[in-house]
Design a protein around this ligand. Structure first.
Ligand code: NAD
Length: 315
């Protein structure tokens, strides 16, 4: 078991094993937040998943993820390459289906239907963006719920609400996994989520409600975020706005999960990736804080792998 380092004044502290359990409610201000290291946590989960993949294969089942890409979007291509590598490392077969940018709705839909019907395919996902005029939500809804490893099918979202066993959107799973790592008691905790998209903010809210937390969902029309976020034992930001969450918006000792991924120009003139949380100042007041990069991002990738293994086990 790895141990947590003592807090360093004024900066977040790295730790791979959750420190003392318990609710953050009412806890005293700390000298520095404990870092929720998504990269290291994801590596631990990945190692366990690799063992699970071997077990599933030994039982004669395939473990395979199929990804559909349409057109030549650079970011989607890089994301797909990283996925392929991540799958390969733990023994998941990865098949990429590349369609031309000129593909129609029907062409993409036909490919999805044929992959739905193919027993060798365990997990199936469609990379965004899709060509202009092709409704991404409609395409994603065509993925069979039992293969829908990104949890985009309305049937899976419905199952999340009802608390039934289903494939849950990966970023929401990642966020919950990171909160659980802190051993913070969810029942009765006051949770505030900034950002309410269908794929990130809303599923996180539902999972927290299922854990019997008190949940406040904020969006860009929310008046006065500060008084709401300052009351949060657990604060999650998934808005896509750099520096949205400042130190004076955070309750001392709170768990802060930064889901945002924003590309900004740094003081050195070079592009940098940052989250929604003003990291340096919030790390002085929060109890736990996830960094960007190296926080929710790598955890989301590993949750996709976990959903694929889960889909394979059910198949
Ligand atoms: P989205 O644009 O679909 O939704 C953004 C949400 O934030 C909306 O509900 C909007 O009303 C709200 N919002 C925007 N500005 C706000 C403000 N000033 N105050 C309060 N609420 C505000 O985005 P999304 O797809 O949900 O992604 C959100 C962020 O999370 C983005 O930065 C995205 O890159 C990131 N993201 C990260 C991961 C990951 O793996 N870490 C995965 C998915 C998305």
């Amino acid at each position: 078991m790895m141990t947590s380092k003592p807090a360093e004044k004024g900066s977040a502290t790295t730790s791979t094993t959750a420190p003392a359990a318990g609710s953050t409610s009412g806890s005293a201000p700390r000298d520095g937040a404990i870092l929720i290291d998504g990269k290291r946590l994801s590596e631990e989960i990945r190692a366990k998943l690799a063992e699970r993949v071997q077990q599933v294969k030994a039982s004669g089942r395939s473990v395979r993820l199929d990804a559909v890409l349409v057109g030549d979007d650079n970011s989607a291509g890089i994301y797909a390459e990283n996925q392929a590598k991540a799958c390969q490392v733990i023994g998941i077969e990865y098949i990429r289906h590349q369609l031309p940018a000129s593909s129609s709705f029907d062409t993409i839909a036909n490919l999805i239907q044929s992959l739905n019907a193919d027993d060798r395919v365990c997990g199936l996902m469609v990379h965004l963006p899709l060509p202009e005029g092709v409704d991404a939500e409609r395409i994603q809804s065509l993925i069979a719920p039992e293969k829908d490893v990104e949890g985009m099918n309305p049937a899976n979202i419905g199952n999340v609400v009802y608390g039934r066993r289903s494939l849950v959107p990966c970023t929401a799973l990642a966020t919950l996994e990171m909160i659980e790592w802190t051993k913070t008691t969810l029942r009765g905790a006051h949770c505030v989520i900034v950002g309410a998209s269908n794929i990130v903010g809303k599923p996180i809210a539902v999972l927290l409600m299922r854990a019997e937390a008190t949940v406040v969902s904020c969006n860009k029309y929310t008046r006065e975020l500060g008084p709401l976020t300052r009351a949060a034992d657990i604060l999650i930001s998934a808005a896509g706005v750099p520096n949205l969450i400042r130190a004076d918006m955070v309750k001392p000792g709170a768990v802060v999960i930064d889901v945002g991924i924003n590309r900004i120009k740094g003081s050195d003139g070079k592009p940098h990736t940052v989250g929604d949380v003003a990291f340096d100042e919030v790390s002085r007041i929060a109890g736990y804080l996830s960094p960007v990069p190296g926080g929710v991002g790598p955890m989301t990738v590993v949750m996709l792998l976990r959903n694929t293994v889960e889909a394979a086990c059910r198949g």
